[in-house]
Design a protein around this ligand. Structure first.
Ligand code: A2P
Length: 306
């Protein structure tokens, strides 16, 4: 029905997934249950979100209750910092699969930015990627990809990869539109997935303050014209850019609101208005920058894309 994007593996990725970062473990299960009931077919998680076991219990219950079958759900998880040594990669996915009560992941992502104390030596991305490729060969990960990769890092990886990354999951929203990265990924067959598509309005990270995307005057005016909410406009923009979106919510009404982005579209003339929005990366990753790290400045960390 056109409600999916096709990955370079030939598999389909649903256009909208529930993000689970910063969801408390005691409520993540209800959020997932509500999302799947509302029609979401993609759940995005990570061991570092400290709720993956609870995500697993929710998935188990959904399958047992017959709400959905495993093959109809797309589950993404991530290889976190600290597990990037090639010998640690197989165990990392096994732990994640055990936590999630799954036999395979639809997508396993190598996380990009790492905290400064882990970056005294330059990361050996090719070595980690080779270990990821073996997971793809084994079928434990039906697709492999990366997260928070700059244009330079994607190009470097594409140059050496036997199995090219299927996805680059990055911060992407109307205030950080990732124009250059979007074009590069599109031309190289790497699907772009947008995290924090609402600009993480509830987040307490440095530099992320308030509803900067949802309160943007251009976003509000487009929403008013279309009689949609600013959140729906922000999410619909991603879809029209060819990106899948991963909004996070624990509120059932907002979970449903965020899914109601298919029966309408933003016309060209209103899409054009968004190019007037001043751009700023919200998730800057200050935690990764340190005088002793290989990333001494934010410019180093993002290869100038800041
Ligand atoms: P809540 O969980 O109470 O709904 P992002 O996905 O960009 O990281 O944003 C997640 C944040 O946005 C959460 O704080 C979430 O709060 C809030 N949020 C999710 N959906 C909506 C919406 N439709 N309107 C306003 N805020 C939303």
């Amino acid at each position: 029905d056109g409600r999916s994007f096709i990955l370079n593996t030939g598999a389909r990725i649903p256009p909208i997934g529930l993000g689970t970062w910063q969801i408390e473990p005691d409520v993540v299960g209800d959020a997932i249950y509500a999302a799947v009931k509302a029609g979401y077919r993609h759940i995005d998680c990570a061991p570092a979100y400290h709720n993956q076991k609870q995500v697993g219990l929710a998935l188990k219950k959904l399958f047992e209750d017959g709400v959905i079958e495993r093959e109809d759900l797309f589950v993404t998880s991530k290889l976190w910092f600290g597990d990037h040594a090639p010998e640690d990669v197989p165990e990392a996915i096994d732990t994640t699969l055990k936590d999630l009560h799954l036999g395979f992941l639809d997508l396993f992502l190598k996380k990009g930015t790492t905290p400064s104390h882990e970056n005294i030596l330059p990361p050996d991305i090719p070595a980690t990627w080779e270990a990821m490729e073996k997971l793809y060969d084994s079928g434990k990960a039906r697709a492999i990809g990366v997260s928070s990769f700059s244009c330079k890092k994607i190009e470097d990886l594409l140059a050496i990869a036997r199995v090219p990354p299927a996805v680059n999951q990055v911060e992407c929203h109307l205030i950080w539109q990732q124009d250059k990265l979007q074009k590069l990924c599109h031309s190289r067959g790497v699907h772009l997935s947008a995290f924090s598509p609402l600009g993480s309005p509830g987040s307490s990270l440095p530099g992320v303050s308030g509803a900067i995307v949802l309160s943007n005057p251009i976003v509000i005016s487009v929403a008013e014209k279309l009689q949609k909410t600013p959140a729906q406009v922000a999410l619909r923009w991603c879809l029209q850019m060819g990106q899948s979106v991963l909004p996070k919510s624990t509120n059932e009404a907002r979970i449903k609101e965020n899914f109601d982005i298919f029966e309408w579209s933003i016309p060209e003339d209103l899409m054009a208005k968004f190019s007037e929005i001043k751009q700023a990366r919200l998730m800057k990753g200050e935690f990764a920058v340190h005088p002793l790290s290989v990333y001494k400045t934010l410019e180093d960390l993002w290869d100038g894309e800041i």
